[in-house]
Write a protein that binds this ligand. Structure first.
Ligand code: 0WD
Length: 254
């Protein structure tokens, strides 16, 4: 049994076992949830399937958020699997790594739009598709970063995207609140994942956090997972529209 007993959720953004989405999936499963995962293309399928097996999770198909048909299929598959869902986790972001270094002012229109599409709009369209399945209320969660609030070196267009994502959390919280659906974000401290490896000087950012965060260390996907558990479970039933920092306290000094 446990905190998440009887709850079912869709988790998007597991690329491998270091993914923040994996940390969240594991915490949910460990506390009794049933989860469904997606993968982005054949290359990730091979990584995600064994992880799903290990977690006892369902795999509901290929999902590329720039391809609405793949999202249609994923939600169709979820609807066939379960008559209702209780939570959704969105742990997806992308920007051309050439532009995650140097000056923000150099951002191209093409990469700006692509970054916003994959990292911001995707959460809104996923929320819209999840809403009819959340017939008993629910909890939606996305992942953001401090670069939304303050200028962080090299984060550039992704910082602008995360600011828009955080604003989306607030607007979605209002739209969906009357149905008992809560919408929150975790602002995670830097973690060495595949996505993070695209950010210029990432090792320096990790070190900077270790030296300066109140806890004098970085956070792990497991720690983000445990905080995610709070936001996805009924423990946080009075919380919506919130951006919760899981960053060893860095935001109070940075
Ligand atoms: O330091 C970090 N790692 C932080 C990450 C600090 C704060 C926030 N975050 C955020 C990220 O911006 C992202 O929103 O957490 C979220 C999850 O990222 P992650 O766990 O750091 O990275 P990763 O394990 O790489 O998972 C992100 C996945 C992709 O992996 P790749 O390696 O391809 O970027 O997002 C998925 C993909 O699986 N993804 C997509 N999924 C569907 N359609 C798409 C897409 N078009 N693009 C990327």
């Amino acid at each position: 049994q446990g905190l998440m007993a009887g709850k079912r959720g869709l988790i998007l953004g597991v690329a491998n076992n270091r993914s923040i989405a994996y940390g969240i999936a594991k915490a949910c499963v460990d506390h009794g949830a049933e989860v469904a995962l997606t993968y982005q293309g054949e290359a990730f399928k091979k990584r995600v399937e064994p992880l799903a097996e290990e977690l006892g999770a369902h795999v509901v198909g290929h999902c590329d958020v720039t391809d609405p048909e793949s999202l249609d299929t994923v939600f169709e598959n979820v609807g066939k699997l379960w008559d209702r869902i209780d939570f959704v986790v969105h742990a997806i972001a992308f920007s051309d790594k050439e532009e995650l270094t140097g000056r923000y002012v150099e951002t191209t229109r093409e990469n700006f739009l692509r970054t916003m599409d994959i990292s911001v709009f995707s959460f809104t369209t996923i929320a819209k598709r999840a809403e009819p399945l959340m017939t008993n209320g629910g909890s939606m969660l996305t992942l953001t970063y401090y670069g939304a609030e303050k200028v962080m070196p090299h984060y550039n267009v992704m910082g602008v995207a995360k600011a828009a994502l955080e604003a989306s959390v607030r607007y979605l919280a209002v739209d969906l609140g009357a149905k008992g659906i809560r919408v929150n974000a975790i602002s995670a401290g830097p973690i060495k994942t595949l996505a993070a490896s695209g950010i210029g000087d990432f090792r320096y950012i990790l070190k900077w956090n270790e030296y300066n965060a109140p806890l004098k260390r970085t956070v792990s996907p497991e720690e983000v997972g445990d905080s995610g558990l709070y936001l996805l479970s009924d423990l946080s039933r009075g919380v919506t529209g919130e951006v919760h920092h899981v960053d060893s306290g860095y935001h109070v000094v940075g």
